[in-house]
Design a protein around this ligand. Sequence first.
Ligand SMILES: [Zn+2]
Length: 109
Amino acid sequence: MTQLSLKATTPDQIDFDEKTLKITWKDGVMSVFDLLDLRKRCPCVVCKGGHGGKVGTTTGGIQSITLYSVNKVGRYAINPVWSDNHLTGIYSYDALRMLADGLGGDLIL
Ligand SMILES: [Zn+2]
């Protein structure tokens, strides 16, 4: 399992617009996430179709999405509030950075 440094998984700045979520990490790298792609990867139990389900199970048909807001959860994750009023997804910084760097992890469809 790949170990990411603390700086690589700590956000310095989080921004979003109508298409993308941008996270600038403490190591200076900026990761840009497509909102629709990120919504489809929602790791919550509902979207995975139950405990033990796979990411993307119930979200494949979503056609468009925007963000209302992004709340920080402690020091480890963000909780997006989506335009379809979905707000139970917790995206850990580790998982987001792994996704951005193509390292696999919890958000792989
Ligand atoms: Zn979800």
